[in-house]
Ligand binder design. Structure first.
Ligand code: ADP
Ligand code: ADP
Length: 228
C-alpha cells in the first residue's frame, strides 16, 4: 500500500527533512506518526501524497512510484488518496454540500452518483443537517468533519491526515478520532501525524516515531512514548 525505500528529502535550502526512511504500511492499517516539532513528520506525509518527491530513494503508493508520475497523472493519483489538514482547507464560498461535491465533480462523476454519495458521507460524519451552511458558519470540529467527508467521498484506499485535531478542543478531537476509526474499520488505511498524546495512548494503533528525519521507533499498539 505505502512503501518507502531508503528515502531522503533535502529541501533547496539544504535542510535534510527525511534522512533515510524505509517503511511498509499495509492495506487497512491505522498508523500514527509522532515526534517533536521539526522532526520531519509533515515532510514524511507530504511524500505520501506527492506534495514532495524524494531527493533519493523510492516512494511507492498503491504500486505507483511517485517520482515517476507525470504532471498530468498527478490529479488521477491524488484521487485515490484522501488528505486531511489541521486547518481544514475548505473553500469558503462553497456550502458544506458543495465543498464535498466538488471533489467528485472534478473527476466528472454523474450528478446522480454525486448527490447520493455526498449525502451518504455527510451522514457518516454527522452533518447531514448542515449541508446548506458555509464553512464560516460552522465550528472547528464541524469544519473538520466536512474536510473528512471530502477526503473520503471518492472512496480512497488511504486517508492521510496531518495533525487533524491540532486546532480542536479535546472533546471535539475525540469525536473526530471516532470518525477516523470508523473509516479505518471499513478497510481504509489511515496515516495520521499527531501531537495528541492522550489519543495515541488511548486508541492504541501502530506508532511510528520520527526524529531527525529518521524512524527511531515503530511499534504496533504502541504508546506516544516521546517525552517533551
Ligand atoms: P514536522 O512536521 O515534524 O514539524 P517538517 O517535515 O515540517 O517537520 O520539517 C522538517 C524540517 O524541514 C524542519 O527543519 C523544517 O524547517 C524543514 N522544512 C519543512 N518544509 C520545508 C520547506 N518547504 N523548505 C525548507 N525546509 C523545510
Ligand atoms: P507543522 O508544524 O504543522 O508541520 P510547519 O510549521 O512545519 O507545519 O510548516 C508549515 C509549512 O511551511 C509547511 O508547508 C512546510 O513545508 C513549510 N515550511 C516549514 N519549514 C520551512 C522552512 N524552513 N522553509 C520553508 N518552508 C517551510
Amino acid at each position: 500500500m505505502i512503501q518507502m525505500k531508503e528515502v531522503y528529502k533535502k529541501y533547496p535550502n539544504g535542510v535534510v527533512a527525511v534522512n533515510g526512511i524505509s517503511v511498509d504500511i499495509k492495506q487497512g492499517e491505522f498508523v500514527y506518526v509522532v515526534g517533536p516539532s521539526g522532526a520531519g513528520k509533515s515532510t514524511f506525509i507530504k511524500l505520501m501524497y506527492r506534495e514532495e518527491i524524494p531527493t533519493s530513494g523510492e516512494v511507492i503508493i498503491n504500486g505507483i512510484n511517485t517520482s515517476k508520475l507525470k504532471k498530468r497523472e498527478i490529479p488521477h493519483f491524488r484521487r485515490k488518496l484522501g488528505v486531511v489538514f489541521q486547518d481544514f482547507k475548505l473553500l469558503p464560498k462553497l456550502t458544506v454540500y458543495e465543498n464535498v461535491a466538488f471533489a467528485m465533480e472534478v473527476i466528472e462523476e454523474q450528478p446522480k452518483t454525486i448527490r447520493k454519495r455526498v449525502l451518504e458521507v455527510l451522514d457518516l460524519v454527522g452533518l447531514k443537517h448542515k449541508i446548506r451552511m458555509f464553512p464560516n458558519e460552522l465550528s472547528g470540529g464541524e469544519q473538520q468533519r466536512v474536510s473528512i467527508a471530502r477526503s473520503i467521498v471518492n472512496m480512497p484506499k488511504v486517508v492521510i491526515a496531518d495533525e487533524p485535531t491540532g486546532n480542536l478542543d479535546p472533546e471535539t478531537s475525540w469525536d473526530i478520532m471516532k470518525i477516523f476509526e470508523d473509516i479505518n474499520s471499513l478497510g481504509t488505511t489511515v496515516v495520521m501525524a499527531t501531537h495528541n498524546r492522550e489519543i495515541v495512548n488511548k486508541i492504541r494503533k501502530r506508532v511510528i516515531t520520527i526524529d531527525g528525519g529518521m524512524i527511531v521507533r515503530d511499534v504496533f499498539g504502541g504508546d506516544y512514548g516521546y517525552e517533551i
